[in-house]
Design a protein around this ligand. Structure first.
Ligand code: DHE
Length: 528
């Protein structure tokens, strides 16, 4: 008995000494790495950059709380390949793995031409340019009134007939799509971006995935040129803009995002600006906006200054450089931004709520905006109100919609809402604008605003207790589709005039929905 006590004590002392020994932390890390190698690496990549499963880096896991990550490792993830580990691993091992995947890498991983090209797959070579046999869709519905609905709950996309509100097709997407899918100008093809950097080209007529490529490790969004020749991808990790050939997604150019002094930056977002035949990118860590021209000949009135500016700023750039970059210095880093319909003004805000209007032609700020909280300008919309055009933006921190007169850039109304909102929508043919109350106790509410009186005329609660979010109108503006943002969620379709529900389709956390016509015509009521 006595011997056993001594033995127990010695073990306890040894364990305590091990805790104090700095080498034990090293041993702990090595054993966690070994666990990762044994159980996770085959799907998530030996370097945590992702593979068949998503990347396991803090930047990519931002949307997943650590507590939920413990649950996913223990219980697996329904409708995916992710198995449950609670029978195989102890709670301490699961916690160690969760800590490990939330630890930043000690170096910025490389994701250059070799990695991008190695990830590139053309699934349907015969569809790369669109095939002659399928000038029409394989389904019987108006291809311009089709919606894509991204179902974030189980990482699928539904193709929805926008006249009958019936699903035509449903397919598995890459893990965690984010941002709006971007259509080619005729609506035949669509390009999705996932947070892990996968770009997928999908044929809307044949309902097939054409090609895929991983353009970054942590991606913000993608845009497609109006001439359908290029796709540009803005990345957080690494600090690059990547230009792909739109037909087959092969790599054309990587633009390192750096200022003249060698400081690099994440890309806040990149958009196509049709009248300018250029892409516009805002940067998160350098106070600059970049305009990247994609046409072969400089637009009239633009050519000489453009070439001159570019060559002056980037030194030895050859004259024939494709995709020249023109830099616009701004006063603050831009997190979130929006354009007027003419793409002359960029209306941007930093996360601390400072807003400014930048004239892209004269290349400087021309007005400050009177904004508060954290305006979500990326979700802003414009409409004609009386003699002027107004810009309205929801706010991620305050229960208000800020309405700004774009003639004077003055705030003309702060409309109180039941809480901070995320997305706002309207349509040229509708007298109403819809905005969600995404955060707080009233997250199940959806406000409907009269665009003339600038007052809330109705507050809908499509499913009490569940978040109602993100609206998109059909082609004619006669119906508005609302998401119930829940794994056991739904798409609720409203008559846009009577504001009465007409149909409800069960769906798995339908996050965003995107109408082909409204997107390709750059409708003023929707995101671009
Ligand atoms: Fe988004 C679009 C940035 C968090 C759902 N979001 C965008 C776009 C940007 C952006 C720049 C426009 C891209 C495009 O369409 O080309 N989003 C950000 C953020 O900075 C933020 C606040 C933090 C982050 O983690 O990146 C953020 N976004 C979210 C979410 O938490 C949401 C609600 C759920 C999710 O999927 O992650 C979300 N974002 C969306 C959706 C769109 C979007 C559904 C497309 C809106 C549209 O109608 O076009």
């Amino acid at each position: 008995m006595k011997r056993r006590t001594w033995f127990g004590l010695s073990l306890a002392c040894l364990a305590f000494a091990a805790l104090l020994d700095p080498r034990s932390a090293v041993a702990q890390e090595a054993s966690t790495q070994a666990l990762y190698k044994e159980h996770c690496a085959s799907c998530h990549g030996a370097d945590r950059l992702g593979g068949q499963g998503p990347a396991l880096l803090p930047q990519n896991l931002k949307r997943l709380r650590k507590k939920s990550a413990l649950g996913v490792i223990g219980n697996g993830r329904a409708a995916t390949q992710m198995p449950a580990f609670k029978e195989v691993l102890s709670n301490a091992q699961i916690a160690a793995l969760a800590d490990y995947v939330y630890t930043p890498l000690d170096h910025v991983p490389e994701w250059g031409a070799a990695q991008i090209s190695a990830s590139h797959v053309v699934h349907k070579p015969e569809l790369v340019e669109g095939d002659a046999n399928s000038a029409k869709p394989i389904y019987d519905a108006d291809p311009l009134n089709v919606f894509l609905v991204v179902e974030a709950g189980d990482h699928h996309v539904t193709v929805l007939d926008g006249d009958k509100f019936e699903p035509i097709h449903r397919f598995k997407s890459r893990f965690s799509l984010h941002g709006g899918p971007k259509y080619s100008s005729d609506g035949r093809f669509v390009y999705f971006a996932s947070r892990d950097g996968w770009i997928t080209k999908f044929d809307m007529y044949r309902l097939e995935t054409v090609a895929e490529v991983r353009a970054g490790i942590n991606t913000r969004n993608a845009a497609v040129s109006s001439d359908n020749r290029y796709v540009i991808v803005g990345n957080y990790l690494p600090h690059t803009l990547v230009i792909l050939k739109a037909s087959d997604l092969s790599l054309l150019k990587i633009i390192p995002v750096k200022d003249g002094k060698g400081n690099s930056s994440r890309v806040s977002a990149v958009y196509n600006a049709p009248p300018r035949t250029s892409f516009i990118a805002a940067l998160k860590d350098i106070p600059e906006v970049w305009e990247i021209r994609y046409d072969d000949d400089p637009p009239a009135g633009f050519s000489q200054p453009w070439v001159h500016d570019y060559r002056k700023e980037s030194g030895d750039a050859p004259k024939s450089e494709q995709f020249p970059v023109r830099r616009i210095k701004v006063e603050q880093h831009l997190d979130d931004f929006f354009f007027d319909q003419e793409y002359i003004h960029l209306i941007g805000a930093s996360r601390d709520g400072r807003g400014q209007v930048i004239n892209l032609d004269v290349r400087r700020a021309i007005a400050d905006l009177d904004l508060e909280g954290m305006p979500h300008l990326g979700s802003g919309i414009t409409w004609r109100a009386g003699e002027t055009t107004v810009l309205a933006t929801p706010n991620l921190k305050k229960g208000e919609i800020t309405i700004i007169d774009t003639a004077t850039w003055k705030t003309i109304k702060r409309l109180k809402t039941l809480g901070p909102g995320f997305f706002m929508r309207s349509h040229e043919n509708s007298r109403y604008a819809w905005v969600d109350v995404f955060f707080g106790p009233n997250r199940d509410a959806m406000h409907v605003i009269d665009k003339e009186t600038l007052e809330i005329v109705k507050t809908l609660r499509p499913e009490p207790g569940k978040t109602a979010a993100h609206v998109e109108f059909d082609r004619s503006g006669s119906h508005a589709l609302v998401s119930i943002w829940d794994k056991k969620g739904a798409l609720v379709i409203y008559d846009a005039k009577t504001l009465k529900e007409v149909k409800r389709l069960p769906m798995s956390k339908p996050s965003g929905k995107y109408n082909v016509h409204n997107k390709i015509t750059f409708s003023e009521g929707t995101s671009h």
